[in-house]
Ligand binder design. Structure first.
Ligand code: BES
Ligand code: MN
Ligand code: ZN
Length: 469
């Protein structure tokens, strides 16, 4: 990576952190230059301070107005991501004991350098890679942060890759590549074998595509360790099916494998850092396509679990493929079962693109995950599994419908639908993510985004630290 974290060097130039109205604390020359440049220390602004002969002597990162919220140290640390794009090449360090969270700041710096350049022939201005070495703040675990950044970049790359290069087969190839790197095994059930293997809903959703649907099953770790199973929605493109989406709603649907990308990225962290778990990753990889073989509104499918599902809307396909994958996961009663999915537009109506809701009946896990979300500046918000709404999923002819008859609580009722396929797992958590950054920010450009996995990793690390000290 063009920006790396290094241990101490002699020559590194200082980055000062300053609040708006707090420029007096800077050294004389920096303060004078800030005044000349009318630098107001707005949140995320970066001022390079020149020294002799015009060479840089240091830089100031603006933190914006004073912020006394209890988690300000974590959220503000993300602003350090802007340094990745604004510091001149060379060696740098934070000037003093930083006023922001050191781990988050160092990680933000790594994340801020991300570019998706696969489809650019010839460099455009913005694609030029900086050459920056940043001295890791005291006590920061650089190997850990690099592993986290690598994983986030994996998720972003997978999501950003368009469906013509990221079909079910390519998603499988990505899982196999990851497995090879860390000594995991991968088995897949593909095409008509999904019927023989009893994954009827994965088959039904994916069978209209020219690229065969499949279930990807990755396993890693000591068989005797606690079982942690991750399930990710791998809809490589979502046309809506016969209940076709309008153009604007379909435009971004290459990202509908965002859940799969995120669980693979989380798996990458777990494996790279050797956590003490028996990890399993299940990805139903399908294209929700339109063709003569497509499943239809009104069809009734019999799920892996035996429950029959009437199709009220072919655009509610994610919950169908997840239901069969969750049912399989549940059969071995894992300690933790976690699924991630770009499941509903309704989650965005409720909380917007940057704050994914999660659902669980496990109070301890909910508390740990919410706390980890704050600590790692990876925001999440718990929403309820409000049981009375199960009635809204009722079907007149089958055990359940895949959608509700009204337009209320769409993310919550999707979660309730999934819950109906989980029984034996000791703990189940569902994340309804957006998987996309709609506006550029300090830690990344517009495009595919990892959500919730840094928080989830922190919880897993706390519970199952593995052999490393
Ligand atoms: N993949 C979509 C959900 C989605 C849309 C996530 C836009 C993020 C952004 C999912 O398969 C879907 O189409 N859901 C429907 C469900 C509805 C038919 C009950 C939705 O949210 O409209
Ligand atoms: Mn859909
Ligand atoms: Zn979808």
């Amino acid at each position: 990576m063009p920006i790396s974290l290094i241990d101490e060097t002699n020559e590194a130039l200082p980055v000062w952190l300053a609040e708006a109205g707090g420029l007096e604390a800077l050294p004389d020359a920096a303060r004078a230059w800030a005044k000349v440049a009318r630098f107001g220390a707005e949140a995320g602004s970066v001022l390079v301070v020149p020294g002799e002969g015009g060479a840089p002597a240091g830089a100031v990162l603006g933190l914006g107005k004073p912020d006394s919220r209890p988690d300000a140290a974590e959220w503000r640390a993300l602003l350090a991501g802007n340094l990745a794009r604004h510091l001149p090449d060379g060696d740098w360090r934070f000037a003093a004991e930083a006023a922001v969270d050191r781990d988050v700041a160092a990680l933000a710096l790594l994340l801020g350098q991300y570019r998706f350049a696969r489809y650019r022939t010839g460099a455009k201005g913005d694609d030029k890679q900086p050459q920056i070495r940043f001295q890791a703040p005291q006590g920061v675990d650089t190997a850990e942060l690099s592993a986290i950044a690598d994983a986030v970049f994996l998720a972003r790359d997978l999501i950003n890759t368009p469906a013509n290069d990221m079909g079910p087969a390519e998603l499988e190839a990505a899982a196999r590549g990851l497995a090879k790197e860390f000594g995991a095994t991968v088995e897949t059930v593909e095409g008509d074998a999904l019927l023989a293997g009893n994954f009827p809903m994965i088959h039904a959703v994916g069978r209209a595509s020219a690229s065969a649907p499949r279930l990807i099953d990755l396993v890693w770790g000591k068989p005797s360790d606690p079982k942690v199973t991750l399930v990710g929605k791998g809809v490589v493109f979502d046309t809506g099916g016969l209940d076709i989406k309008p153009a604007a709603g379909m435009l971004l649907m290459k990202k509908d494998m965002g859940g799969a990308a995120n669980v693979l990225a989380l798996a990458r962290m777990v494996m790279a850092r050797g956590l003490g778990v028996r990890l399993r990753v299940l990805i139903p990889a399908v294209e929700n396509a339109i063709a003569g073989a497509a499943f239809r509104p009104g069809d009734v499918l019999t799920s892996r679990k035996g429950k029959t599902v009437e199709i009220g809307n072919t655009d509610a396909e994610g919950r169908l493929v997840l239901a069969d994958a969750l049912a399989l996961a549940d059969e071995e009663a894992p300690e933790l079962l976690i699924d991630m999915a770009t499941l509903t537009g309704a989650a965005r109506v409720a909380l917007g693109p940057d704050l994914p809701p999660f659902y669980t009946a496990d109070e301890g896990f909910a508390a740990d995950l919410a706390a980890a979300g704050q600590r790692t500046a990876d925001p999440l918000w718990r929403m309820p599994l409000w049981q009375p709404y199960v009635a809204n999923l009722a079907s007149k002819i089958a055990d359940t419908n895949n959608v509700t008859s009204d337009a209320f609580a769409g993310s919550l009722t999707a979660a309730l639908f999934l819950q109906g396929f989980v029984e034996k797992a000791k703990s189940w958590t569902h994340l309804d993510i957006f998987g996309w950054r709609p506006k550029p920010g300090p830690t990344g450009p517009v495009g595919g985004e990892a959500q919730g996995i840094r928080a989830l990793y922190a919880v897993l690390k706390q519970r199952y630290p593995g052999d490393q000290a």
